[in-house]
Design a binder for this molecule. Structure first.
Ligand code: HEM
Length: 347
C-alpha cells in the first residue's frame, strides 16, 4: 500500500469533512480508497499477467506527468461538470476497440469516432489541452493512450480531491482507427449473455461487467438509447424490467419514440460518482436495457446487491478499471508516441 495515497485519502476526508458528520464520512471514505487500492494492487496481478505497464512509468522521462494531467483535467471539470462522464466513457470506448491505444482520438475518414456508438462520445478537447502541455514539458514522451487513462481517473476523482483508483502507464499509441471495428462495443439493448460475451472477448469477466457498469452512476444517455424501452412506434409499451414511475420520468424527458433529448443515467444522484446506480438497478430504475439486464442472472444480481455498498463498489471499480486499462495495450517498441493525439506521426 502506498503511504502517500492513504495520506491523500485522509487529506481528502479532511477536505470533505468538518464537524462530527465529517468524521463519519472520513472513516468510510478512507476505508473505501484504501480497500480499493489494496484490492486492485493485490488481485489484478493475480487475475492477469502484467502486459508491460507500470506505476510511475514516466518517473524519469516526465516526472510531472501526473500533476500536469490532473491540473488541466481538474480545471476543465470545474468549468464543466459533464466532463467526468465523457472522459470515463472515452477511455472505455478506446479500450474496447483495438485495445487502449488512443485509436478513438484519430481524425481520419471512417475512423472510430465517426461510428454510431461514438457519435455521443466527447472529451477530446481535454485530451488535446493536456497533450499540448505535456509536449511542452516532455516532448514526444507521454502517449495519448496514457493521457486518456489518466484523465478519466482524474476527472472522476475531482469530486473526492484524491485519486479513486491507480493508473498504470506505459501504453503506446496505435496507428489504425476504423469505424468498422466498433462492433466490439456492447449494445445498450444487449441481454445479459450478450454483455458477458462482449466483456469476455476483452478478457473481462462477470465481476468486471458488474463493477464497470457502475460507471453509469454519472452521465447521460440520448433518448434514442432509451425510447425502445418506452414506446413501440406511437404506442406506449413499457419494458417490464422498468419501474412504471421511473418510466414516466423517462417519458417526460423523451416524450416520443423519436425524441432527441437526453436523460440522466442515474436518476437519483446524476453527477455524484457513488453506488446508487446499483440501488437503481435493483429497483428497476436502471436507465438502459443493459443496466436492467444485470438482474437477469442470479450471480450477477447478487453482485449488484453487494455493490450497493459504496466501499465495495469503489474497491471493485478500482480493480476492474485496472484490468480494463490493460486490454490489448501496445508497449515496448510497438505503436508510437503520437505528437498530436488526433493524427498519427508522419514518419
Ligand atoms: C456494460 C455495457 C455498456 C453498455 C451497453 C453501455 C452503453 C452506454 C450507452 C448507450 C450510453 C449512452 C450513450 C448515448 O445514448 O448517447 C452510455 C453512457 C455512458 N457510459 Fe456506458 N455502456 C456500458 C458500459 C460502460 C462502461 C464499462 C463504462 C466505463 C467504465 C461506461 C461509461 C459510460 C458513461 C460515463 C456514460 C455517460 C457518458 C456521458 O454522459 O457523456 N459504460 N453507455
Amino acid at each position: 500500500m502506498r503511504r502517500q495515497q492513504v495520506a491523500a485519502a485522509a487529506g481528502a476526508a479532511r477536505w470533505r469533512g468538518g464537524g462530527g458528520g465529517g468524521a463519519a464520512t472520513a472513516w468510510w471514505w478512507v476505508a473505501a480508497v484504501v480497500l480499493g487500492h489494496l484490492v486492485s494492487s493485490a488481485r489484478a496481478g493475480l487475475l492477469e499477467s502484467n502486459p508491460g505497464l507500470a506505476y510511475n512509468f514516466y518517473q524519469k522521462s516526465c516526472p510531472n506527468v501526473d500533476s500536469i494531467v490532473r491540473s488541466v483535467t481538474w480545471a476543465q471539470v470545474a468549468a464543466n461538470p459533464a466532463l467526468p462522464a465523457r472522459l470515463l466513457r472515452l477511455h472505455f470506448h478506446d479500450c474496447f476497440v483495438k485495445g487502449c491505444d488512443a485509436s478513438i482520438l484519430l481524425d481520419n475518414a471512417q475512423s472510430e469516432k465517426t461510428a454510431g456508438p461514438n457519435l455521443s462520445v466527447g472529451g477530446y478537447e481535454v485530451i488535446d489541452a493536456i497533450k499540448t502541455q505535456l509536449e511542452q514539458a516532455c516532448p514526444g514522451v507521454v502517449s495519448c493512450a496514457d493521457i486518456v487513462a489518466l484523465a478519466a481517473r482524474d476527472a472522476v476523482s475531482y469530486q473526492f480531491k484524491s485519486s479513486l483508483w491507480q493508473v498504470e502507464t506505459g501504453r503506446r499509441d496505435g496507428t489504425v482507427s476504423l469505424a468498422s471495428n466498433t462492433g466490439a462495443l456492447p449494445s445498450p439493448f444487449a441481454g445479459f449473455n450478450g454483455l458477458l460475451q462482449s466483456f469476455a472477448a476483452r478478457g473481462l469477466n462477470l465481476t468486471d461487467l458488474i463493477a464497470l457498469s457502475g460507471a453509469h452512476t454519472i452521465g447521460v444517455a440520448s433518448c434514442s438509447s432509451v425510447t425502445p424501452r418506452l414506446y413501440n412506434g406511437n404506442a406506449t409499451n413499457v419494458d417490464p424490467l422498468l419501474d412504471s414511475a421511473y418510466a414516466k420520468t423517462l417519458m417526460n424527458s423523451c416524450p416520443s419514440s423519436s425524441a432527441s433529448g437526453t436523460v440522466n443515467l442515474d436518476g437519483r444522484t446524476a453527477v455524484k460518482f457513488d453506488s446508487s446506480y446499483y440501488t437503481n438497478v435493483l429497483n428497476k430504475q436502471g436507465t438502459l436495457a443493459s443496466d436492467a439486464a444485470l438482474t437477469q442472472n442470479a450471480a450477477a444480481a447478487q453482485m449488484v446487491q453487494d455493490l450497493t455498498n459504496p466501499i465495495k463498489f469503489y474497491a471493485a471499480f478500482s480493480m476492474s478499471m485496472k484490468k480494463m486499462g490493460r486490454v490489448e495495450v501496445l508497449t515496448g517498441t510497438n505503436g508510437q508516441i503520437r505528437k498530436q493525439c488526433r493524427q498519427v506521426n508522419s514518419s
